[in-house]
Design a protein around this ligand. Structure first.
Ligand code: 1CP
Length: 354
């Protein structure tokens, strides 16, 4: 005789949340949703709170980090918080002279251009991350059953900022250094992997329920170069979590050709941008990993009918994956109307509630 499914019970803890369950490929109550860059300039309350405080100062102030991280959770009802911080923060805390310039991004005072520059990079002392542990503990206490995602920048993407000196498109200097100085390249990425692991482990030890490793710019590499010169270092970051039992999300932009390798680096969830539909991405990563993504952030600037159609398409294509965490294919664009983000959360929930 058929037995009716029991009505889903609410999550008892962040570890039992739909985000963590989808990441592990377990049944969910409904598809979890969060947005990369959900904190930040799309929110007037963020602009008000940040006024007069420099980005990298804000990231080291536990009161501001807590409040800014909670803002999008309160406003949109997303299924996860992501720590308000930045991928360059571990370098800044270690003593590297970096500034985040408004409208530009991270700018490095003395770019890494020689083997000696690599060897002169200061290590990250874990005890300088006390502010981070404080912020995470406070957040976890405030969030209840909503999971907090901790994150770090992957070695390759951090290397692009250090070598280029700031944001860049082609990352030509970075690749030139990778080809010309393979040993120094390996040492640089080793060091970046160690500090990224320290940064992640601090967050998990303070209570973060999942982690995301951002290798935003890895998509500029061929699969062969990625596999040989980058993947082992990203794997070192994720392996550095040891037996900390939290799902690992691994994301980059333009990584269609790299998706299986992004998974192989040690991900439970592969983040996908808008270029590859999720059903095709599911074929590429195989049956043992979940997917996160992949609505084009620009769609949120279109009319409501287009937004709804594209959200439905992503939800449908996401059904091909072992588990699906709904997200954008990259960060929220600053000009996005916050109300549209709230609507997307409601629509995904409505479409997927069992
Ligand atoms: O003045 C400001 O408001 C600064 C804008 C800003 C913000 C809000 C920057 C500068 N970083 C952040 C926060 C941030 N950065 C978060 C917060 C959590 C959330 O998602 O809500 C996260 C996860 C990041 C991570 C980050 N920083 C990445 C990886 C994610 C991605 O977008 O690919 C990267 C590449 C950075 C570097 C960076 N920091 C800031 C900017 C504008 C950039 C990108 C610059 C570039 O295009 O190269």
């Amino acid at each position: 005789t058929a037995v009716a499914d029991p009505a889903p019970t609410p999550a008892s803890s962040p570890a039992d949340s739909d985000l963590v369950r989808a990441a592990r490929g377990l049944p969910v109550r409904r598809t979890p949703v969060w947005f990369m860059r959900q904190a930040g300039r799309s929110l007037p309350e963020y602009r008000a709170l940040r006024a007069g405080t420099r980005m990298l100062e804000a990231c080291q102030d536990p009161d501001l980090v807590t409040e800014i991280t909670l803002q999008p959770v309160r406003r949109h009802g997303v299924d996860a918080a992501i720590l308000f911080s930045d991928i360059v923060l571990p370098l800044v805390v270690a003593g590297v002279d970096i500034e985040i310039k408004p409208g530009v991004g991270p700018v490095v005072a003395h770019p890494v251009r020689t083997v000696a520059d690599v060897d002169a990079l200061p290590p990250l002392e874990p005890d300088r991350l006390a502010f981070l542990a404080t912020a995470v503990r406070r957040l976890v206490a405030e969030l209840g059953t909503t999971p907090l995602i901790g994150f770090a920048g992957a070695p390759f993407t951090l290397a692009t900022y250090l070598i280029e000196g700031g944001p860049s498109k082609e990352h030509a200097r970075t690749k030139a250094f990778m080809y010309a100085e393979p040993q120094a390249w390996g040492r640089l990425l080793d060091r970046l992997a160690v500090s990224a692991a320290t940064f992640l482990n601090t967050q998990v030890d303070a209570g973060a329920s999942a982690v995301q490793l951002f290798d935003s710019w890895a998509g500029v590499l061929s699969a062969a170069d990625y596999a040989e010169r980058v993947l082992p270092h990203s794997r070192a970051v994720l392996d550095g979590l040891g037996d900390r039992d939290v799902p690992r999300i691994h994301f980059g932009v333009g990584t269609g050709e790299l998706l299986p390798l992004i998974g192989d680096a040690g991900a439970d969830v592969v983040g996908v941008d808008w270029r590859v539909p999720l059903d095709e991405a599911a074929r590429r990563v195989g049956p043992h990993r979940s997917l996160q993504g992949n609505l084009d952030p620009a769609v949120l600037l279109a009319d409501r009918a287009t937004v709804d159609r594209e959200v439905r398409r992503v939800v449908e294509q996401g059904r091909a994956a072992r588990g699906h965490v709904f997200n954008l294919g990259h960060g929220v664009l600053p000009e996005t109307d916050a109300g549209v983000l709230t609507h997307v959360v409601e629509l995904v929930h409505e479409l997927t509630t069992r």
